[in-house]
Design a protein around this ligand. Structure first.
Ligand SMILES: Cc1cc2nc3c(=O)[nH]c(=O)nc-3n(C[C@H](O)[C@H](O)[C@H](O)COP(=O)(O)OP(=O)(O)OC[C@H]3O[C@@H](n4cnc5c(N)ncnc54)[C@H](O)[C@@H]3O)c2cc1C
Length: 374
């Protein structure tokens, strides 16, 4: 086990919170700092596939996630009028009796992880943004925007897609790049027929409807936007209604209920993958800071959770920090590469209007590979 007195997790998103929990469970003393004033997330939904559920199970929060979210086995691909084209079997996790896919509201998952942080005794500093990391051979001095500082023998930088840690320590690293699609998100009431992740294809945009609580679902729409336009938030509900016009079935009511009061969120999609190594001295990147993906395989958060578990595992099974962090990256690169490359490939196929069978083939191949142990 690598001897470390004090670890700082920088960033309190899903990746950072899971890393702090996993490290504390191995007996490390962990502090976490988060720039935002609370450990929360904007109110949309999150699809969680089997590997993410396995990670949450290992982190000790599966019962709370199961009770608050909505999970099933398998998913469906429908045409734009709601006729089933493919019933997809879920890929079961070997040795674990867990569902294979479903969803949860992001703020709810954040609350569950924040409660777990408290249970395992992690000191959390919210509203505290790190501004500078100064490394020596023995430790890292972390300076904060409020003028304070702290010293740690490892910093886990889980500071997201636009990670300032990555941009400062790896100025040469590949940067997140726009993939050609934008993602619209909406929370809507769930009709009984949406009892598993459901995808609608064969129209100019692809739509997903994912149950994320007993009563609600998370609807996403992927649109080809080659010019990457800025979209005025005030105009978003009306634009989303237009995009949903070609769809029948359950989406008719979803569309009719969209109005100025709806919580609609639009975001252009970006992806990138850091080359190894993901550490420099005593600083290691984790989650979206090291590999940002599009949502096509619904696996970005799951990969961040797995990073957290593998990092804790690597530190507890190696003698030196460099060996542990090198082993960590070696284990993570193949899975994260698969997720980023195949997610982007599905988006490309959608933009070329490839048939549902092509999308299904990439999804099936990817999810089959991901249920294997990481
Ligand atoms: C449109 C869209 C839909 C998605 N849908 C899914 C999905 O359905 N399923 C799925 O698995 N994945 C999905 N993803 C991916 C998933 O959201 C991310 O992979 C995941 O949230 C990454 O978590 P993270 O903790 O690495 O980063 P983040 O969630 O970005 O967290 C980073 C945290 O660091 C903090 N921070 C940043 N800088 C500092 C600093 N200097 N000091 C202190 N704190 C700092 C930030 O405030 C933030 O809280 C989606 C992504 C997109 C864009």
């Amino acid at each position: 086990m690598v001897k470390l007195e004090r670890i700082l997790v920088l960033g309190g998103g899903i990746g950072g919170m899971c890393a702090a929990i996993a490290l504390a469970r191995k007996g490390y003393h962990v502090d976490l700092c988060e720039a935002q004033s609370e450990l929360s997330a904007q109110g949309s939904g999150l699809t969680l596939m089997g590997p993410a559920l396995r990670a949450l199970h290992k982190l000790g929060v599966w019962p709370a996630v199961r009770d608050a979210g909505n999970f099933a086995t398998g998913s469906r691909i429908l045409d734009a009028q709601g006729k089933v084209i493919v019933e997809r079997d879920g890929h079961r996790l070997p040795g674990l009796d867990l569902p294979t896919a479903g969803g949860i509201l992001r703020p709810v998952l954040h609350d569950i992880l924040a409660n777990r942080l408290r249970e395992v005794g992690i000191l959390t500093h919210v509203g505290l943004a790190a501004s500078e990391l100064l490394q020596s051979a023995d430790d890292v001095e972390v300076r904060y925007v409020d003028g304070s500082s702290s010293r740690h023998d490892l910093v886990v930088a889980a500071d997201g897609l636009m990670s300032s840690t990555r941009r400062t320590l790896w100025p040469e690293a590949v940067k997140p790049a726009f993939t050609g699609q934008g993602c619209w998100r909406l929370i809507a009431e769930r009709p009984a027929s949406i009892d598993r992740p459901t995808f609608y294809v064969g129209a100019p945009v692809t739509v997903g409807a994912v149950p994320c609580s007993p009563t609600h679902m998370y609807v996403w729409v992927l649109q080809h936007v080659p010019d990457n336009p800025w979209v005025d938030p005030a105009a978003q509900p009306a634009l989303l209604r237009e995009l949903l016009e070609p769809f029948g079935g359950d989406l008719v009511e979803v569309r009719q209920n969209i109005g100025p009061q709806s919580n609609v969120n639009y975001r252009p999609l970006e992806a990138f993958l850091m080359e190894a190594p993901w550490h420099k001295g005593r600083v290691v990147l984790l989650g979206d800071a090291a590999h940002g993906t599009t949502p096509h395989l619904a696996s970005g958060a799951g990969m961040a959770m797995e990073d957290a578990l593998v990092l804790a595992d690597s530190l507890s099974t190696h003698e030196t920090l460099d060996a542990a962090l090198t082993a960590h990256t070696q284990r993570r690169v193949p899975r994260c590469t698969l997720v980023v490359k195949n997610s982007v490939a599905i988006g490309d196929a959608e933009m070329r209007h490839e048939p549902a069978a092509t999308l299904n083939e990439i999804m099936t191949r990817s999810h089959k590979a991901l249920v294997e142990m990481y």
